[in-house]
Write a protein that binds this ligand. Structure first.
Ligand code: SF4
Length: 283
């Protein structure tokens, strides 16, 4: 049984830098993170062990310093936070800042903003938090429910799949042929690299294992992407979730991981796959 690691997988620079910044500030004094820094329980437990608190709303923060995650937040939330007398540490990923600037430019140029993404995701709330009017779409039904606007400005949550984004932009253009539809591609490069490397790997694999938190959006997207090219795809959070019987008869097992999955978690899953190799030899 051959194990094939995707050429690009696992933690992106945005998440890695945000974790490093949190640990650095935690050493300097009490810190609260606004929302989940990453959707990965292993990382979150590590931060908790350092005494870092997590709050879902600024009014629940009990430390003098608050950190905004790599997912970013709106200027309105930042102003509200500073208004409460809190010191703000921003770990917003530079590629999320790019998306914020794209959305602000669309709104400034008179476009009705449409975000392709998950309405309740913290990044999407940050992207739309300074807008008075906007729409968020994730599937065809959402596009069919859109009202007509002479100018529609479309951008995406940075972790969406390129295929979904292209499909929905095409649908928006066909649904509103009279409208000026401007699309800005804000899906980030690490997401694109992980998705295309996952496709490349899944095409060659009999079984694919995707490592990442159950609630991680980009991990779930990777699972769906791989499932289009490989019939046997399994999502695991840690090595403990891997089952030897999944690999019965498999010659090539592909491995990939979401952008919030630490390297050591991926390595432990790979080591477990190698042990399964011994338990379930290929036929
Ligand atoms: S997924 Fe992309 S936008 Fe999000 S933190 Fe990572 S690099 Fe930045």
């Amino acid at each position: 049984m051959k194990i094939l690691r995707a050429a690009h997988l696992g933690m992106c620079f945005g998440v890695r830098d945000a974790i490093a910044l949190a640990l650095e500030h935690a050493d300097a004094g009490p810190l609260t993170i606004l929302g989940d820094l990453v959707h990965n329980p292993t990382v979150l437990r590590g931060l908790e062990a350092k005494g870092i608190a997590v709050a879902q709303d600024v009014t629940d923060v009990k430390t003098p310093t608050l950190m905004v995650t790599a997912h970013g937040t709106s200027e309105r939330t930042l102003a509200r936070t500073r208004g409460l007398g809190l010191k703000v540490v921003e770990a917003t990923c530079p590629l999320v800042h790019v998306a914020h600037r794209a959305v602000a430019a669309l709104a400034r140029d008179g476009y009705h903003v449409v975000i392709i993404g998950q309405r309740d995701h913290v990044e999407v709330r940050g992207l739309t938090g300074d807008l008075d009017r906007f729409d968020v779409v994730l599937d065809d039904a959402d596009v069919l429910a859109l009202a007509e606007h002479p100018r529609l400005g479309v951008a995406a949550q940075t972790t969406q799949t390129v295929e979904r984004v292209r499909h929905l932009v095409g649908l928006i253009r066909r649904r509103f042929p009279q409208s000026d539809v401007r699309f800005v591609d804000t899906v980030c490069k690490p997401t694109k690299q992980r998705q295309s490397a996952a496709v490349e790997m899944a095409r060659q694999a009999d079984v694919v294992v995707v490592v990442g938190g159950w609630s991680s959006n980009n991990t779930r997207e990777l699972v769906q992407t791989c499932a289009r090219y490989c019939a046997r795809v399994h999502h695991v959070q840690t090595d403990a979730d891997v089952r030897a019987e999944w690999f019965d008869g498999a010659e090539v097992v592909g491995l990939t991981a979401g952008t919030s999955t630490p390297n050591d978690v991926i390595d432990r899953v790979e080591a477990r796959l190698r042990r399964c190799q011994v338990e379930v030899p290929a036929r």
